[in-house]
Design a protein around this ligand. Structure first.
Ligand code: RFL
Ligand code: PHB
Length: 388
């Protein structure tokens, strides 16, 4: 099989890249390890920045997002019984949009189907070849046959555990990592959200987040131990713990119901540099991970795709190599900004097992700075909406 761009991974990065390239007349194939049902069954991100929405619209997948996405002009940050609203709109002129990653992925699949795009599912044994030469390729097993996809470029959109990053020789990449000693237990429930806006809450018992997907679908998280198993958390235990961590008024107003999904995600900060090797480019979680506290992971993945589709477009249309040569440097600049914010916000709201009294006082002072200072709120808001 011969194409222009071989894309490994059919999550949001891979699908959007394929869609954006096809709008420029560039052919690609997407190789995905799992079934479509599996990819669409994963409950992940929920908050889209303004720039992400614009990118999805430009790729022709903005119609349902426009209709069903919920615009949020602010978000609440709470500690104990004190809370501060970050008025995103007033402080930055921008809002964020609540629209689940699952829906973004569903829209992208529909668009690829409509355009006759090739997305192969259930592929196994993906291996990358000849990345340093002019004729890179990817071998894989699909429907019982060994196959090869050859292209001008290979793009690794295969998430943190995929093979693409590992195809860059260890001596040619640097990895920066921080693993957090806790995870997030997430619950999806068919109940009305406790508040019209998201609530990020820190407490002596640990972090909690109240989020949503629509008027009758809520998404809640509590910080948990890494050794916890989701099955061991009963719904009652989850709701009790959530109530203890959010402000009293919201704890009282919380409507509870059976969970329809329950899972634990570890928290990690990770960056691989560079994000290119010869004719291989990395996009999204394949190159970087942020803890979900800042809602940056999906947005960063989409921003990588925005840079790369433009660079590949210029390469194929006018032979301009500047974009592809500077892709890694440009993408990494955005990645480190998001790492800084996600780390700061995670530290502000989570309980660390080894923290000292000094750490706790510093955290309280940091929270007070947000409550008392418009400049501190503006800095938070600019990072949250994706301006810096
Ligand atoms: P994905 O979504 O992991 O997709 C990678 C795809 O590659 C496939 N794959 C392979 N395919 C072929 N061969 C192989 N050997 C392969 N190995 C893997 C996988 O099956 C998969 O389909 O990466 P991508 O596309 O870069 O997208 C990144 C986002 O998924 C991720 O950054 C976000 O979900 C992070 N995230 C959030 N981001 C936000 O911007 N806002 C949020 O509110 C937000 N909340 C979250 C989150 C992530 C969470 N978890 C579960 C870690 C909340 C949570 C709980
Ligand atoms: C979510 O709705 O899943 C969500 C929202 C905000 C975050 C993380 C996750 O920061």
């Amino acid at each position: 099989m011969r194409t222009q761009v071989v894309i490994i991974g059919g999550g949001p990065s891979g699908l959007l890249l394929s869609q954006a390239l096809s709008r420029q007349g560039i052919e690609s194939v997407v190789l995905e390890r799992r079934s479509r049902a599996h990819v669409l069954g994963r409950i992940r991100a929920g908050v889209l920045e303004h720039g992400s929405c614009a990118l999805l619209r430009r790729a022709g997948v903005g119609a349902r997002l426009e209709r069903e996405g919920i615009r949020h002009d602010g978000t609440l940050i709470a500690r104990g019984d004190r809370a501060v609203r970050i008025d995103l709109r007033d402080l930055t002129g921008h809002s964020v949009t609540v629209y689940g990653q699952t829906e973004v992925t569903r829209d992208l699949y529909a668009a690829r189907d409509a355009a006759g795009g090739t997305v192969l599912h259930d592929v196994a044994d993906v291996a990358l070849h000849d990345l340093d030469g002019d004729a890179p390729s990817v071998t894989f097993r699909h429907e019982g046959r060994d196959r090869r996809a050859a292209g001008d470029f290979v793009v690794g959109c295969d998430g943190f555990h995929g093979p693409s990053r590992q195809a860059i020789p260890a001596a040619a990449r640097r990895e920066f990592e921080r693993v957090y000693p806790f995870g997030w237990l997430g619950v999806l429930s068919e109940t009305p959200p406790v508040d019209a806006e998201l609530i990020y809450a820190g407490s002596d018992r640990g972090f909690a987040l109240c989020s949503m997907r629509n008027a009758n679908l809520s998404r809640y998280y509590v910080q948990c131990d890494l050794s916890d198993r989701p099955e061991a958390w009963t719904d009652d235990a989850f709701w009790d713990e959530l109530r203890r961590r959010i402000p009293p008024a919201q704890a009282e107003a919380l409507v509870i119901g059976p969970s329809i999904e329950k899972s634990i995600a570890p928290l990690r900060s990770f960056v691989c540099e560079p994000m290119r090797r010869g004719r291989l480019f990395l996009c999204g979680d394949a190159a970087h991970i942020v803890p979900p506290t800042g809602a940056k992971g999906l947005n960063l993945a989409l921003s990588d795709v925005g840079l790369l589709q433009e660079a590949l477009g210029r390469h194929f249309s006018v032979g301009d190599k500047e974009g592809i040569d500077r892709y890694s440097e440009r993408a990494l600049a955005a990645v480190w900004k998001a790492q800084r914010f996600s780390w700061w916000f995670t530290r502000l709201l989570h309980r660390f097992a080894d923290e000292t009294g000094f750490d706790r006082r510093l955290r309280a002072a940091e929270f007070a700075a947000l409550c008392d200072g418009r400049a501190a709120r503006a800095a938070m808001a600019e990072s949250y909406v994706g301006l810096r």
